[in-house]
Every structure is written in structure tokens, then in C-alpha cells.
Design a protein around this ligand. Structure first.
Ligand SMILES: [Zn+2]
Length: 306
């Protein structure tokens, strides 16, 4: 089959070949013919060697994929109502998890103590076929486009889980840094759907016209004063900022009393300087977030089920 593959880390080593071995499935696996795969920072980390463990080598990256079921293992559909069959349109939840550790028992399978990422510790979806366990497969509606489908498991689930971790509520002010990035666009839309007042920080005004942000702040040097104006001095209830150290100061200063600051990445660097007094005196919560649960992925799919 055709696949993007590399034998040793380095973006220059990634190539597309026609004769990659088609994955074999075990009894509990499903073979999916990939229709579309998303590209995310995690894929760059995998290919460049920034992650400690990449397996197997040679390696096919691709953490976010969608496609059509080609084949199901002999034990698939045992004892559940999934009824997976050839031809079903599906997406792949990209977390490897054991299902038995204390995190998994608490339904936090994305931070399984013995887990990892499909596309990092297994081959991923930048190929004609991918084989994954049945429990990682989710059906999607017939009328959902492949571009949307392929953007649910990482691009959409990541900010959705982050907003839930930050307990975003109706009428609260949400500030999204990098609002025209992939996760930022979704954070803006989910923020609106939850009922928040959404302030996007981006040089792209289409985040407001196309994705429904209530306000756009286009000057990164004036974020704090603009947030102050918009919120009439109260500042933000929730700030999403995965841009890293370059925007740390302005993003933290944008959080109001009893506010929450949440990140699922640190694109420009992660070593920030924190004023602890500002943190405790305003009772601010700093929240780390990664991926999302399988239940949350199903919730995202169900947004499109009418
Ligand atoms: Zn676990």
C-alpha cells in the first residue's frame, strides 16, 4: 500500500512509498481504508524525533484519521452494540490505553499510565490503511464530510476537553489565543456553542466573520488593554493559550478573578515565569489539558447528528 514513512527521525527522511506492508488485524482490531488524515503539531514531533519513543521503525506517522471499514476482526462486536461492518464510515480515537489502570477506570483513558498515541507508539494514518483496536473506532454520520471527520479526533477533541476542564459556562468571557489556528478555530466555535462571549486573539478577522467570535483582538501587544475594555475591567473567565512563552505574560494578565487559564501545548516554548501572588490573590486556576475522553469524542460527533 501507499504510505508516508520514515526510517530515522528527521523531516527530511519522511517519504512516500508504494510498497508499504498492509497492516494485519488481530481478533479485536478493525482495518480502515483511510479517506482523510489531519496534520497536527504532534505529527511534526513524531517525525522530527522530539518524542522519546517512536514505535515501530520504519514508522508511519498520522495521529488523526478517518475512513471506511475494510475488515473487522473475529471478536469485534462481541458483547456490545457497535455492529461494525465493512463500509461503515468511521474516525479513530488516537489513544492507546490499557483499560485497567486507575486513570482508565476513571474514564481518563487519554492519560492512561501505560498508554500512548496512535501514530507515535503505533503506526498512524498517513497510509492507505490503518489497523486499530475496536474500542478506538467511532462511527460518523453519512452526510459528514471527510475534512470535518478527520479533524474531530485531535483538532476538535483537544480544545473541547480543555474547555470542559476549564469549566467554561454560559455568558462567561472566553479568550482564545491563536484563534485562527486549527484548535483555535474549534475553540472559538465550541465556546459560542457553550454560550460564552468569545474573544479571539488573531490577526485574521475571518475568525469573527466565519467562525462567530464576538470580538477579535488583532494586535498581540494590546491584548490585555483590549480584554479590559471588552469585559469592562473584569477580564476573562477562561483563557486558552497553547502558543507558549511568547504570549504567556499577556495571556496570564488577561485572566480575571476566579478565572481559569488552560493550555494543551506550548508552541513557542514552555518555560514561563509565574507571579504566584497574582495567582493566589485572584484565585486563578492554571490547567493543563491533553487530548480528550472517548465520551467527549462521541459528544463531538453527536453535535452533527439530527
Ligand atoms: Zn490505563
Amino acid at each position: 500500500m501507499k504510505a508516508a514513512i520514515f526510517e530515522k527521525p528527521g523531516l527530511e527522511n519522511l517519504r512516500v512509498i508504494d510498497n508499504a506492508e498492509r497492516p494485519k488485524i488481530s481478533d479485536h482490531d478493525i482495518l480502515i481504508k483511510v479517506k482523510m488524515a489531519g496534520i497536527n503539531p504532534i505529527d511534526s514531533f513524531v517525525v522530527s524525533g522530539a518524542l522519546p519513543k517512536i514505535d515501530p521503525l520504519p514508522h508511519i506517522p498520522g495521529a488523526e484519521s478517518s475512513g471506511i471499514i475494510e475488515e473487522v476482526g473475529s471478536h469485534v462486536n462481541n458483547g456490545n452494540n457497535n455492529n461494525f461492518k465493512k463500509g461503515d464510515r468511521v474516525i479513530v480515537h488516537n489513544k492507546v490505553f490499557d483499560g485497567t489502570c486507575d486513570m482508565c477506570l476513571n474514564r481518563l483513558d487519554m492519560i492512561c499510565r501505560n498508554g500512548g498515541l496512535i501514530g507515535a507508539i503505533t503506526n498512524g494514518g498517513f497510509a492507505e490503511y490503518i489497523a486499530v483496536p475496536e474500542r478506538n473506532v467511532f462511527k460518523i454520520p453519512d452526510d459528514m464530510g471527510w475534512d470535518l471527520a478527520a479533524s474531530l479526533p485531535v483538532t476538535s477533541l483537544t480544545p473541547y476537553h480543555a474547555l470542559k476542564e476549564a469549566s467554561l459556562k454560559i455568558n462567561e468571557f472566553l479568550v482564545v489565543f491563536g484563534a485562527s489556528g486549527n484548535t483555535g478555530m474549534v475553540a472559538v466555535q465550541l465556546g459560542k456553542k457553550i454560550g460564552a462571549k468569545v474573544i479571539g486573539v488573531s490577526k485574521d478577522n475571518w475568525v469573527k466573520t466565519d467562525f462567530g467570535a464576538d470580538y477579535i483582538i488583532s494586535d498581540y501587544d494590546k491584548v490585555v488593554e483590549n480584554v479590559k475594555d471588552i469585559t469592562q475591567g473584569k477580564m476573562a473567565d477562561v483563557v486558552v493559550n497553547s502558543l507558549g512563552i511568547g504570549t504567556w505574560d499577556s495571556s496570564f494578565a488577561s485572566v480575571g478573578i476566579n478565572g481559569r487559564w488552560v493550555a494543551f501545548g506550548g508552541l513557542t516554548g514552555a518555560d514561563v515565569k509565574l507571579n504566584v501572588q497574582a495567582l493566589y490573590s485572584k484565585q486563578i486556576k492554571l490547567i493543563g489539558s491533553t487530548g480528550g475522553t472517548r465520551k467527549e469524542l462521541q459528544e463531538l460527533i453527536d453535535i452533527f447528528v439530527v
